[in-house]
Design a protein around this ligand. Structure first.
Ligand code: ZN
Length: 268
Protein backbone atom coordinates (compact mmCIF):
# COMPACT_ATOMS: atom_id res chain seq x y z
CA UNK A 1 0.00 0.00 0.00
CA UNK A 2 2.73 2.45 1.06
CA UNK A 3 4.95 1.48 -1.82
CA UNK A 4 2.08 1.96 -4.32
CA UNK A 5 1.10 5.44 -3.02
CA UNK A 6 4.78 6.35 -2.98
CA UNK A 7 5.05 5.38 -6.63
CA UNK A 8 1.91 7.38 -7.47
CA UNK A 9 3.27 10.44 -5.65
CA UNK A 10 6.57 10.07 -7.52
CA UNK A 11 4.68 9.77 -10.80
CA UNK A 12 2.65 12.91 -10.11
CA UNK A 13 5.76 14.84 -9.08
CA UNK A 14 7.48 13.76 -12.28
CA UNK A 15 4.54 14.88 -14.42
CA UNK A 16 4.36 18.26 -12.62
CA UNK A 17 8.08 18.73 -13.17
CA UNK A 18 7.88 17.85 -16.86
CA UNK A 19 4.84 20.05 -17.56
CA UNK A 20 6.36 22.93 -15.56
CA UNK A 21 9.64 22.58 -17.41
CA UNK A 22 7.85 22.54 -20.74
CA UNK A 23 5.85 25.69 -19.90
CA UNK A 24 9.00 27.56 -18.83
CA UNK A 25 10.84 26.34 -21.94
CA UNK A 26 8.01 27.42 -24.26
CA UNK A 27 7.79 30.82 -22.61
CA UNK A 28 11.52 31.39 -23.09
CA UNK A 29 11.47 29.93 -26.59
CA UNK A 30 8.51 32.04 -27.62
CA UNK A 31 10.13 35.17 -26.23
CA UNK A 32 13.37 34.66 -28.14
CA UNK A 33 11.57 33.95 -31.42
CA UNK A 34 9.47 37.12 -30.99
CA UNK A 35 12.64 39.17 -30.54
CA UNK A 36 14.21 37.55 -33.61
CA UNK A 37 11.07 38.25 -35.62
CA UNK A 38 11.02 41.87 -34.56
CA UNK A 39 14.63 42.41 -35.50
CA UNK A 40 14.04 40.93 -38.93
CA UNK A 41 11.72 43.77 -39.82
CA UNK A 42 12.84 47.26 -40.43
CA UNK A 43 10.31 50.02 -39.90
CA UNK A 44 9.46 52.09 -42.94
CA UNK A 45 7.36 55.07 -41.87
CA UNK A 46 5.05 57.20 -43.96
CA UNK A 47 3.74 60.33 -42.24
CA UNK A 48 0.38 61.84 -43.12
CA UNK A 49 -0.84 65.16 -41.80
CA UNK A 50 -2.18 68.51 -43.00
CA UNK A 51 -0.07 71.67 -43.38
CA UNK A 52 1.23 72.95 -40.02
CA UNK A 53 0.73 69.61 -38.25
CA UNK A 54 4.45 69.62 -37.41
CA UNK A 55 5.40 66.33 -39.06
CA UNK A 56 8.51 67.94 -40.58
CA UNK A 57 9.67 69.11 -37.16
CA UNK A 58 8.98 65.66 -35.71
CA UNK A 59 10.96 63.97 -38.50
CA UNK A 60 13.92 66.29 -37.81
CA UNK A 61 13.86 65.35 -34.09
CA UNK A 62 13.62 61.63 -34.87
CA UNK A 63 16.70 61.95 -37.07
CA UNK A 64 18.65 63.96 -34.49
CA UNK A 65 17.72 62.02 -31.39
CA UNK A 66 16.74 58.50 -32.47
CA UNK A 67 18.97 58.00 -35.53
CA UNK A 68 16.09 57.73 -37.98
CA UNK A 69 16.99 58.27 -41.60
CA UNK A 70 14.74 59.84 -44.18
CA UNK A 71 14.59 59.92 -47.93
CA UNK A 72 12.60 62.10 -50.31
CA UNK A 73 12.06 61.91 -54.05
CA UNK A 74 14.29 65.01 -54.34
CA UNK A 75 17.10 63.13 -52.52
CA UNK A 76 16.99 60.09 -54.81
CA UNK A 77 16.76 62.28 -57.92
CA UNK A 78 19.82 64.31 -56.91
CA UNK A 79 21.80 61.17 -55.97
CA UNK A 80 21.03 59.38 -59.24
CA UNK A 81 21.89 62.42 -61.34
CA UNK A 82 25.12 63.08 -59.40
CA UNK A 83 26.22 59.43 -59.67
CA UNK A 84 25.19 59.33 -63.35
CA UNK A 85 23.23 56.09 -62.96
CA UNK A 86 21.07 54.80 -65.82
CA UNK A 87 18.00 56.20 -64.07
CA UNK A 88 19.78 59.49 -63.41
CA UNK A 89 20.69 59.84 -67.09
CA UNK A 90 17.02 59.45 -68.01
CA UNK A 91 15.85 61.96 -65.40
CA UNK A 92 18.50 64.63 -65.89
CA UNK A 93 17.33 66.06 -69.26
CA UNK A 94 13.75 66.23 -67.98
CA UNK A 95 14.83 68.05 -64.84
CA UNK A 96 16.97 70.45 -66.90
CA UNK A 97 13.90 71.34 -68.97
CA UNK A 98 11.85 71.74 -65.80
CA UNK A 99 9.60 68.84 -66.76
CA UNK A 100 8.02 66.35 -64.41
CA UNK A 101 10.00 63.15 -63.87
CA UNK A 102 7.62 60.21 -64.54
CA UNK A 103 6.49 57.91 -61.72
CA UNK A 104 8.28 54.85 -63.17
CA UNK A 105 11.66 56.56 -62.76
CA UNK A 106 10.89 57.82 -59.25
CA UNK A 107 9.61 54.39 -58.17
CA UNK A 108 12.70 52.67 -59.56
CA UNK A 109 14.99 55.13 -57.75
CA UNK A 110 13.18 54.57 -54.44
CA UNK A 111 13.41 50.79 -54.98
CA UNK A 112 17.17 51.03 -55.61
CA UNK A 113 17.66 53.22 -52.58
CA UNK A 114 15.75 50.83 -50.30
CA UNK A 115 17.77 47.86 -51.58
CA UNK A 116 21.00 49.62 -50.62
CA UNK A 117 19.95 50.31 -47.03
CA UNK A 118 21.51 47.30 -45.32
CA UNK A 119 24.35 49.10 -43.53
CA UNK A 120 22.21 50.16 -40.55
CA UNK A 121 18.97 49.01 -38.94
CA UNK A 122 17.72 52.57 -38.42
CA UNK A 123 14.03 53.15 -39.04
CA UNK A 124 13.35 54.97 -42.30
CA UNK A 125 10.93 57.82 -43.00
CA UNK A 126 9.71 58.18 -46.57
CA UNK A 127 9.44 61.96 -46.91
CA UNK A 128 6.79 63.07 -49.40
CA UNK A 129 6.62 59.62 -51.00
CA UNK A 130 4.26 58.09 -52.03
CA UNK A 131 2.41 61.19 -53.18
CA UNK A 132 -0.26 59.47 -55.28
CA UNK A 133 -2.32 56.31 -54.92
CA UNK A 134 -0.48 54.93 -57.96
CA UNK A 135 2.88 55.43 -56.23
CA UNK A 136 1.46 53.86 -53.07
CA UNK A 137 0.36 50.79 -55.05
CA UNK A 138 3.83 50.44 -56.51
CA UNK A 139 5.42 50.77 -53.08
CA UNK A 140 3.22 48.07 -51.55
CA UNK A 141 4.01 45.73 -54.49
CA UNK A 142 7.71 46.60 -54.22
CA UNK A 143 7.79 45.66 -50.53
CA UNK A 144 6.16 42.30 -51.27
CA UNK A 145 9.14 41.44 -53.51
CA UNK A 146 11.59 39.01 -51.94
CA UNK A 147 14.55 41.40 -51.65
CA UNK A 148 12.64 43.96 -49.64
CA UNK A 149 10.33 41.92 -47.47
CA UNK A 150 12.38 42.79 -44.40
CA UNK A 151 10.58 46.15 -44.33
CA UNK A 152 7.46 46.76 -42.31
CA UNK A 153 5.32 49.60 -43.63
CA UNK A 154 4.02 51.87 -40.87
CA UNK A 155 1.48 54.58 -41.59
CA UNK A 156 1.35 57.38 -39.02
CA UNK A 157 -1.41 59.91 -39.31
CA UNK A 158 -1.09 63.26 -37.53
CA UNK A 159 -4.34 65.11 -36.99
CA UNK A 160 -5.12 68.78 -36.40
CA UNK A 161 -8.43 70.52 -36.83
CA UNK A 162 -8.95 73.01 -39.65
CA UNK A 163 -9.23 75.84 -37.12
CA UNK A 164 -5.93 74.91 -35.43
CA UNK A 165 -4.15 74.73 -38.80
CA UNK A 166 -5.55 78.16 -39.71
CA UNK A 167 -4.49 79.62 -36.36
CA UNK A 168 -0.99 78.20 -36.69
CA UNK A 169 -0.41 79.47 -40.23
CA UNK A 170 -2.35 82.72 -40.30
CA UNK A 171 -0.23 83.95 -37.41
CA UNK A 172 3.02 83.18 -39.20
CA UNK A 173 5.43 86.05 -39.68
CA UNK A 174 8.83 85.74 -41.32
CA UNK A 175 12.04 87.74 -40.99
CA UNK A 176 12.35 89.96 -44.08
CA UNK A 177 16.13 89.42 -44.20
CA UNK A 178 16.60 86.90 -47.07
CA UNK A 179 19.62 85.24 -45.44
CA UNK A 180 17.79 84.78 -42.10
CA UNK A 181 14.11 84.09 -42.80
CA UNK A 182 13.39 82.96 -39.26
CA UNK A 183 9.72 82.09 -38.80
CA UNK A 184 7.69 83.48 -35.88
CA UNK A 185 4.10 83.11 -34.88
CA UNK A 186 2.09 85.97 -33.41
CA UNK A 187 0.37 83.33 -31.28
CA UNK A 188 2.84 80.68 -30.16
CA UNK A 189 6.34 81.94 -30.96
CA UNK A 190 6.52 85.70 -30.53
CA UNK A 191 9.63 87.74 -31.17
CA UNK A 192 10.95 89.62 -28.10
CA UNK A 193 10.27 92.99 -29.71
CA UNK A 194 7.09 93.05 -31.76
CA UNK A 195 7.79 93.13 -35.48
CA UNK A 196 11.59 92.76 -35.09
CA UNK A 197 13.65 89.58 -35.64
CA UNK A 198 15.40 88.28 -32.48
CA UNK A 199 18.32 86.92 -34.50
CA UNK A 200 19.23 89.74 -36.89
CA UNK A 201 17.07 92.72 -35.92
CA UNK A 202 15.40 93.01 -39.33
CA UNK A 203 11.70 93.83 -39.58
CA UNK A 204 9.28 90.89 -39.72
CA UNK A 205 6.72 90.58 -42.47
CA UNK A 206 3.60 88.51 -42.74
CA UNK A 207 3.63 85.87 -45.45
CA UNK A 208 1.31 87.10 -48.18
CA UNK A 209 -0.15 83.73 -49.20
CA UNK A 210 -1.22 82.96 -45.68
CA UNK A 211 -4.74 84.37 -45.72
CA UNK A 212 -7.44 82.39 -43.95
CA UNK A 213 -9.22 81.38 -47.21
CA UNK A 214 -6.01 80.18 -48.84
CA UNK A 215 -5.13 78.08 -45.78
CA UNK A 216 -8.61 76.56 -45.59
CA UNK A 217 -8.46 75.60 -49.25
CA UNK A 218 -4.99 74.10 -48.89
CA UNK A 219 -6.14 72.22 -45.77
CA UNK A 220 -9.23 70.76 -47.46
CA UNK A 221 -7.39 69.83 -50.67
CA UNK A 222 -4.85 68.03 -48.52
CA UNK A 223 -7.50 66.18 -46.49
CA UNK A 224 -9.16 64.96 -49.68
CA UNK A 225 -5.97 63.48 -51.09
CA UNK A 226 -5.02 62.10 -47.66
CA UNK A 227 -8.29 60.19 -47.34
CA UNK A 228 -7.82 58.67 -50.81
CA UNK A 229 -4.34 57.51 -49.82
CA UNK A 230 -5.46 56.18 -46.42
CA UNK A 231 -8.36 54.28 -48.02
CA UNK A 232 -5.91 52.61 -50.35
CA UNK A 233 -3.62 51.56 -47.48
CA UNK A 234 -6.59 50.32 -45.44
CA UNK A 235 -7.73 48.15 -48.34
CA UNK A 236 -4.17 46.89 -48.81
CA UNK A 237 -4.27 45.73 -45.17
CA UNK A 238 -1.70 48.21 -43.84
CA UNK A 239 -2.38 49.36 -40.29
CA UNK A 240 -2.87 53.11 -39.82
CA UNK A 241 -1.94 54.66 -36.48
CA UNK A 242 -3.28 58.06 -35.49
CA UNK A 243 -1.63 60.66 -33.25
CA UNK A 244 -3.14 64.00 -32.27
CA UNK A 245 -0.83 66.79 -33.40
CA UNK A 246 -3.01 69.33 -31.64
CA UNK A 247 -0.67 69.32 -28.64
CA UNK A 248 2.81 70.74 -27.99
CA UNK A 249 5.63 69.20 -30.07
CA UNK A 250 7.19 67.49 -27.01
CA UNK A 251 3.90 65.64 -26.39
CA UNK A 252 3.64 64.66 -30.06
CA UNK A 253 7.21 63.35 -29.89
CA UNK A 254 6.43 61.28 -26.76
CA UNK A 255 3.18 59.99 -28.28
CA UNK A 256 5.01 58.94 -31.43
CA UNK A 257 7.65 57.00 -29.46
CA UNK A 258 4.89 55.28 -27.50
CA UNK A 259 2.68 54.40 -30.48
CA UNK A 260 5.54 53.44 -32.79
CA UNK A 261 7.37 51.54 -30.04
CA UNK A 262 10.73 52.99 -31.03
CA UNK A 263 12.36 53.41 -27.61
CA UNK A 264 13.90 49.94 -27.75
CA UNK A 265 15.40 50.63 -31.16
CA UNK A 266 17.13 53.79 -30.00
CA UNK A 267 18.72 52.00 -27.04
CA UNK A 268 20.05 49.06 -29.04
ZN1 ZN B 1 16.20 87.67 -38.97
Amino acid sequence: MNVVSGKVAFGIALIVLLVGGFVVYMKFFKKTTTVEKREKFRDLFIFFGPPACGKGTLAARLKDELKFISVSTGDVLRQNVAQETELGKKAQPLMAKGELVPDELINAMIRDWLEKQSATRSPIILDGYPRTVQQAKTLVEMLKGSKNNEFRLRIMRFTVSEQEAVDRIVCRVVCSNKSCQKVYSTKALKSKVEGICDVCGSPLSKRCDDTEDVIKKRFNDYMKSESEMLNFFKEAGVEIQTISAEQPMQKVFEAFKEVAGVNAISES
